[in-house]
Design a protein around this ligand. Structure first.
Ligand code: PEP
Ligand code: MG
Length: 567
């Protein structure tokens, strides 16, 4: 038996067969020619045609059974595979220049993509489609597996080194039973998306990407393990989990402790679609609207109108409710071509988030104007916060920019240790704080959140991180003249969606928790089992613990509900 252990990032237990992610398609050598002693130009050109049409048919077939959101993407890609300019252009090059079918397709696709790039922002996605079609045709010509998420009629366990955001966007949770990567950290966006989709997931499971296709495995997304010898007990646990999935916990829209103490339970969203899910899950509002997710493919700054439209589409869904908009957090794991300098040697420590305003002035001001316009035309209670604030001067500057734009609830994210330690001063100009535990953890532990090898350090249960969360709440109380409700502190990092951690956070003084909508019911259920005094006592024990393992153990021991609910 071989078992792989990594970091469990999304709970769930399943048994299924592995299908690995296809490796990227390698570029054919520049100028590669077909061998005229083996084949003719006509036959080589016919290969181009056959491959392009085979790709088109396969995509159409897949679109017919895909989930609604993916259908349009697949149909657009199918249409592009059928596009005569690509196919005929490549056939012509085979016939006139003697290029191999693979190289001819590569070259013509490159020309089409360059033309689209010259047309600007709105064509970027089409350019990605051309590259995707090119890769699919070349894979077909070589007899290789199509690139990207594998296609399969039967549900499967997807293994990969790591996943690109574009791959995760196409994941069909009805087809993919679980996600296992050999790289990637618990705070990586792969992990975040797995949680959003409710897929059991394990990251940093070294060697798991090499498990042969077709192998039956047992994946435990809470324990962070995969094994290729599936026992009767594993099957029983997987069945038990499936039963619980069929009868999921629900949330009544009012987060409270056992004694009635209010804890707002909010959703993290990336746009209007997520907002719908948040409304359906009865979230009390939005605690983190990651606006940069809307513009990841944009080469140029999106127009005020486009921004206003996107923000309105979210605000309209929360009349009278709080929506915390995070201004563009460009850089590091979320590069935006119009703000990010790709050549930075250390992007996580570079010009990202609020810092971009000094290097590319204007974009932040425009965004605040667009948010203010959208807020004006909607009834949502709009709060705005900047990511990556490190000093009092930065906080004061951001607050001033918000006020100039007419935004009434400016706040700051606490993601940098210096801001947490100086919260008593940093929060004087701001009206609220939201702790981004994902980045706060990576900066406290000096461990890149995307690196699987550092996953153990990248854990918000680390004593240093817990102490900085407490320092933020203590500082906020001071900034609010001794009243914690004057400068409320929320948490919007992934830690807020961990039901055991949620109790600790409330116990140190956190007023609201924001998480992927799917996590809200479990967090609500666990919070309901403790009083504020008990939460404070549990938090004190966690903060006194010398290690992650001891902090987790002492909290679990005080919360039997976790085992009762299988969390
Ligand atoms: C965080 O850092 O915890 C956070 C919420 O922001 P992001 O994950 O988008 O960097
Ligand atoms: Mg962050």
């Amino acid at each position: 038996m071989t078992s792989y252990s990594g970091v469990g990032v999304s709970a769930g237990r399943v048994v299924g067969r592995v299908i690995p992610m296809a490796p990227p398609v390698a570029e054919p050598p520049v100028g590669e020619m077909f061998d005229p002693s083996v084949t003719s130009a006509e036959a080589e050109a016919a290969r181009v045609k056959d491959a392009a049409l085979a790709v088109r048919d396969a995509l159409r077939e897949r679109a017919a059974t895909a989930k609604i959101e993916s259908q349009a993407i697949l149909q657009a890609t199918a249409q592009m595979a059928a596009d005569p300019s690509l196919r005929k252009g490549a056939m012509k090059r085979v016939q006139e220049q003697g290029l191999s079918a693979e190289r001819a397709v590569w070259d013509v696709a490159g020309e089409i993509a360059a033309k689209l790039a010259a047309l600007g922002e709105y064509m970027v996605e089409r350019q990605n489609d051309v590259n995707d079609v090119r890769n699919r045709i070349v894979a077909e010509l070589r007899g290789e597996q199509p690139p990207g998420v594998p296609e399969s009629d039967a549900p499967f366990v997807l293994t990969a080194v790591d996943l690109a955001p574009a791959d995760t966007a196409l994941l069909d949770p009805h087809k993919v039973l679980a996600l296992v990567t050999s790289d990637g950290g618990p705070q990586s966006h792969t992990a975040i998306i797995a949680r959003q989709l409710g897929l059991p997931a394990v990251v940093a499971a070294h060697g798991a990407d090499k498990v042969p296709s077709g192998t039956e495995v047992y994946v435990d997304g809470a324990a962070g393990t995969i094994s290729d010898e599936v026992t009767a007990e594993d099957h029983r646990r997987a069945e038990q989990w499936a039963v619980r999935q069929a009868n999921p916990l629900t949330f009544d829209g009012d987060g409270r402790l056992k004694d009635g103490y209010k804890v707002q339970l909010l959703a993290n969203i990336g746009g209007a679609k997520d907002a719908e899910k948040a409304v359906a899950a009865n979230a009390e509002g939005v605690g983190l609207f990651r606006t940069e997710f809307l513009f990841l493919g944009s080469k140029v700054e999106p127009s005020l109108e486009k921004q206003e439209h996107e923000y309105s589409a979210v605000f309209a869904q929360f009349p009278g409710r709080k929506v915390v908009v995070r201004t563009l957090d460009a850089g590091a794991d979320k590069p935006l071509p119009f703000l990010t300098d790709e050549s930075e040697p250390n992007p996580a420590l570079g010009v990202r988030g609020y810092r971009c305003d000094a290097v590319t002035p204007g974009v932040l001001g425009n965004q605040l104007t667009a948010i203010a316009r959208a807020a004006f035309f909607n009834q949502a209670d709009v709060w705005v916060m900047a990511p990556m604030i490190s000093t009092v001067a930065e906080a004061a500057d951001f607050v001033q920019m918000c006020e100039s734009a007419g935004l009434k609830r400016p706040g700051v994210m606490i993601e940098v240790p210096s801001a947490a330690l100086c919260a008593d001063n940093v929060l004087v100009p701001a009206t609220f704080a939201s702790i981004g535990t994902n980045d706060l953890t990576q900066y406290t532990m000096a461990a890149d959140r995307q690196l699987g090898a550092l996953a153990e350090l990248n854990d918000p249960w680390q004593p240093g991180v817990l102490r900085l969360v407490r320092a933020t709440c203590d500082g906020a109380r001071v900034a609010g003249g001794g009243d914690p409700s004057v400068r409320p502190v929320g948490v919007c990092g992934e830690a807020a969606g961990d039901p055991a951690m949620a109790v600790v956070l409330v116990g140190v003084g956190v007023a609201s928790l924001s998480m992927t909508a799917r996590s809200i019911p479990a967090v609500a259920a666990v919070l309901k089992t403790v009083t504020l005094d008990q939460a404070r006592d549990i938090a004190a024990k966690a903060l006194a613990a010398p290690s992650v393992a001891e902090a987790k153990a002492v909290v679990r021991a005080a919360l039997p509900v976790l085992d009762e609910l299988g969390l």
